[in-house]
Design a protein around this ligand. Sequence first.
Ligand code: 9YT
Length: 129
Amino acid sequence: MIVRTLQAALGTERDVRDPNGHWVSRRLLLKGDGMGFSMHDTVIFAGTETHLWYKHHLEAVYCVGGEGEIEELANGTIHPIRPGTLYALNNHDEHLLRATSELHLVCVFNPPVTGEEVHDADGAYPPAE
Ligand code: 9YT
């Protein structure tokens, strides 16, 4: 059994900061934990807009705090995000994520991220090996 706390992840290699300063992601579960998915406690900073397009991963995101919106770039649809909202990128949907206030999200990736990935110019993480 794995039991972890957010507190224990802070300041370790599981505590990853976006080079562009839009978010911080604490990886509570990574590929190496063998669960088949990764689970992250992610904070998106207020006033940011982030372009994301996970071409090689599926991601589900559950909002537990803050307010923002997601825009689907395929059709321009904008969905509000507030506590209790889930979005799942089941079609590898290219999108913009905007945080009106500091957004607190629980993110799950399939396949799991290893912890080494950085977003490319399109907002994607590289494919799993
Ligand atoms: C919601 C989202 O995808 N934010 C970017 C960071 C990502 N959640 C991660 O690597 O934890």
